[in-house]
Design a protein around this ligand. Structure first.
Ligand SMILES: [Zn+2]
Length: 234
């Protein structure tokens, strides 16, 4: 299971919903969360595709919101949550619709959108899941500190590729001995107790991450130049 993925409805994503799901299926992913930046459309499209085709992985509808203090993911959402809100208001909006609060890459300090350091503990205390393995982490240190944070606040452990293009899908994941039910968020959360985070080697992550930056930077520049903002989703 892979809890952090993007489609082209994210400004820096390249994959169509169908492409993301097919790639995940090819990588042996049983279920994945689709978490576009400030946009629910890609996740909803993925859920519809998966519901119509049992050969595709099961989908958790999610979103990665750019709060004032940094990125925060909501899982099991039904309504889009705007970016640019205070993180505590963002958490309230996730809770209002029965979703789970997932804190992504809390110590990946090289990213602009990582949660502000003086907010990390407060947000982790309010979160259901802390991401302790992120496919784009540049060092093991970021993941190791995230694991300590999750232990300190007794949250469930999360893992996700943070995939923005096909080569990243399914590279970081949660291993489970049997599939988790996605029907009820609270039951899903209980089931995460038996999930084991698995990450790729950091050196691979390092070299590929720089490539990602180059690639996604070029993509965003091209979209700006050609005025293709339709798939940005904010
Ligand atoms: Zn992300």
């Amino acid at each position: 299971m892979d809890l952090h993925n993007h489609t082209r409805y994210s400004r820096d994503g390249t994959m169509t919903p169908q492409e993301l799901l097919e790639r995940a299926a090819a990588r042996g992913v049983d279920a994945l969360a689709v978490t576009d930046h400030d946009c629910l459309r890609g996740a909803l499209e993925c859920a519809a595709l998966a519901a119509a085709d049992p050969s595709l992985p099961r989908v958790i509808v999610g979103e990665e919101m750019a709060s004032c203090q940094g990125d925060l993911v909501g899982l099991f959402l039904t309504r889009q949550i705007p970016g640019g809100l205070d993180v505590l208001d963002t958490i309230s909006l996730v809770r209002e619709q029965g979703g789970l609060v997932y804190l992504p890459h809390p110590f990946d300090s090289l990213r602009r959108a990582t949660m502000a350091p003086d907010w990390v503990d407060r947000v982790a205390a309010a979160a259901d899941v802390v991401e302790v393995a992120n496919g784009r982490a540049l060092t093991w240190e970021a993941n190791r500190r995230a694991l300590q944070l999750a232990s300190r606040h007794a949250t469930r452990l999360g893992a996700g590729s943070d995939a923005h293009y096909p080569g990243e899908v399914g590279r970081t994941y949660l291993e489970l001995s049997s599939p988790l039910s996605l029907g009820v968020p609270s039951a899903f959360l209980r089931g995460l107790r038996r999930a084991r985070p698995c990450a790729t080697r950091p050196l691979v992550g390092l070299s590929r991450s720089w490539f990602f930056c180059l690639r996604t930077g070029l993509l965003m520049a091209l979209r700006r130049r050609s005025g293709l903002h339709g798939a940005d989703g904010g």
